[in-house]
Design a protein around this ligand. Sequence first.
Ligand code: SAH
Length: 220
Amino acid sequence: MDEQREQDMLDQARQRMLRNDLRGRDITDPRVLRVMMEVPREAFVPEGYRHQAYADGPLPIGAGQTISQPYIVALMTQLLRLDPECEVLEIGTGSGYQTAILARLAARVCTIEKYDELSSQAQDVLRKQAIENVRFRVGDGSAGWPEPQSFDRIILTAAAPSLPAPLVAQLAERGVLVAPVGGGSSQTLVVAEKYRGKLIERVVCGCRFVRLIGMHGFHQ
Ligand code: SAH
């Protein structure tokens, strides 16, 4: 297939995803829909999976990890209620797709990935997409960003047994944290807001993510 034809098919698949899997469900925030239309998911999946880039499911990205399903990416982004001033912390860079979506809607994203190989790949892709407001780190994100800083928004893209204390500590007053919580097959997507130093939590839905492996996550 020639390149132009492949690109046309991917553009059509992206429009279909928007209509059926996002707008057709409960994704209503126009800014989230706009960036999901603009960021090419095919750039973040391995070459052999490009044609499946807009299927409504996760795909392998190497190191035994997966790029999250587009609907979940959109839902978590919508739940974060981002504004252009937000400083965001993301745990689990993975392919960098969620990172790119966040970076388009916030002032800056600090992102931590456990595997060097995935972080390097994500850095390459984001550079090619001319996204420059992202700081990358390789390490254990369950322990928080290594420099003292507070964040308006925090997102975990791997499931934790409970909300990691260092991340709760780095969440600013009135900040919002979105995370999958729980083990095995029974995780829930949690939204927490910090109000007068305390967290107010709400469960949104059931979900399925890879595990957050680290000091304040799962041990293996
Ligand atoms: N948002 C990513 C999701 C990747 S899956 C995407 O859509 O591509 C979750 C990622 O979390 C994996 O890349 C995994 O390696 C990473 N991860 C797991 N435990 C971690 C930890 N303690 N610190 C940082 N990253 C972690």
